[in-house]
Design a protein around this ligand. Structure first.
Ligand code: MN3
Length: 386
């Protein structure tokens, strides 16, 4: 088990759960970082007493500095602050649970210092997978998945004696709030409808992604990098109950699944204790109470996110970065009531069709492609009332 940890994104849903898990296991929290929620961050600082903290928003960082001037903790700001916290010396693991592309640079900083990373930030792998996995290999650093599906696959793979026998990965998806809905319904859904997730309580960005199924698409790309699988060997199955968190299938058609209650505490704890396990504050799974587990093929015609992402990872190079950046920008516009729900995947599809692909060799290649994709969305999106 790790002895200490840095948690980036500590005021988000995964970050908060990670602090509870750390506390229950007696793992010391050496560093924290948040986007701008300094009132919650201050409470966390007073409880966990980290050495360093970072706030992405510069003016919020200044305010926090004033509010905690009675403490010895160092307060940093901006993306450089997040990087500085992830480079904290003698830390066993950086848990990256920030939302969006801003997670990429801090991940690379931790890897560069030879620190193992646990990733709940899928954009890190979607946009920067080529670079992240290559650097991790170079530095002999572990990249542990905290996304529940990827943790499930990772757990299933612990019994995989020979990777040649692995036939495919099966990612489960809850189907989100619009499961079984048709295109006519989706034309008129509101932001409030899209933010109601049936099983998981998460941040706004990932909840919208789960309504468009872009979340599952991004997870296919994430799985391709983490487990070195081609997208043809990664399938999606709708599973409304969110009890089976994902599965693997061998060449003899044997299927291994990982089950548990829908609680991010489990993947977080496994990343902390890997390869060992220990008793947990996570609730025990009572299958007789669950009763029925159901599975369906996803409706990829209505929800385009899965196919868009499969195409992007097949094309490779900067294309996954472009799709990720375009989606992040489109979700932002949707959350601002500027575009309709269906316009999110429409404009991401447009970006996929229009962009020329480049190679990814450096962080700059990734950040460039990301910026171009965001510009493209702002210029080419069909706004409400247009
Ligand atoms: Mn997930």
């Amino acid at each position: 088990m790790i002895k200490n940890v840095v948690i980036l994104g500590s005021t988000g849903s995964v970050g908060k759960r990670a602090l509870e898990i750390a506390e229950s296991l007696g793992v010391y929290v050496k560093g924290l970082a948040a986007f701008n929620n300094i009132s919650l961050l201050e409470k966390q600082i007073r409880i966990f007493k980290p050495e360093k903290v970072a706030v992405y928003d510069e003016s919020a960082a200044e305010k926090l500095k004033n509010n905690i001037s009675d403490l010895a903790v160092e307060v940093l700001s901006g993306i450089d602050g997040l990087c500085e916290v992830s480079r904290t010396v003698e830390v066993d693991m950086v848990l990256n649970a920030v939302s969006g592309m801003i997670g990429l640079k801090p991940t690379l900083c931790a890897i560069d210092k030879g620190i193992n990373v646990a990733l709940a930030n899928k954009e890190t792998l979607v946009a920067g997978g080529a670079l992240v996995m290559q650097e991790a290999k170079k530095k002999n650093v572990k990249v542990l998945p905290v996304d529940s599906e990827h943790s499930a696959i990772f757990q299933c793979l612990q019994g995989c004696y020979n990777r040649k026998n692995l036939k495919r990965l099966i990612l489960t998806a809850s189907g989100g709030p619009f499961f079984d809905r048709d295109i006519n319904y989706l034309k008129v859904v509101t932001k409030e409808d899209a933010l109601k997730h049936p099983n998981w309580s998460m941040g706004a960005k990932i909840t919208i992604d789960s309504a468009t199924m872009m979340n599952k698409g991004l997870e296919i790309i994430e799985a391709a990098w983490l487990f070195d699988m081609t997208p043809e060997k990664i399938d999606v199955l709708i599973h409304r109950e969110s009890i089976v968190h994902s599965m693997i299938e061998y060449n003899d058609n044997s299927v291994i699944a990982q089950l548990g209650v829908a609680d991010m505490g489990l993947p977080i704890q496994y990343a902390f204790t890997y390869p060992d396990r220990c008793p947990s504050i996570v609730e025990k799974l009572d299958l007789s109470r669950v009763g029925t587990l159901s599975f369906y093929e996803p409706d990829t015609e209505t929800f385009k996110g899965i196919d868009i992402c499969k195409t992007a990872i097949k094309i490779g190079g900067t294309m996954p970065t472009i799709v990720n950046g375009a989606n992040e920008e489109a979700v932002k516009l949707f959350l601002n009531d500027e575009i309709s729900f269906l316009e999110i995947t429409n404009v991401v599809q447009k970006a996929l069709n229009c962009f020329k692909v480049n190679e990814v060799n450096t962080l700059e290649d990734i950040l460039n492609a990301d910026n171009l994709a965001r510009d493209f969305v702002r210029k080419n999106v069909i706004r409400r009332g247009e």
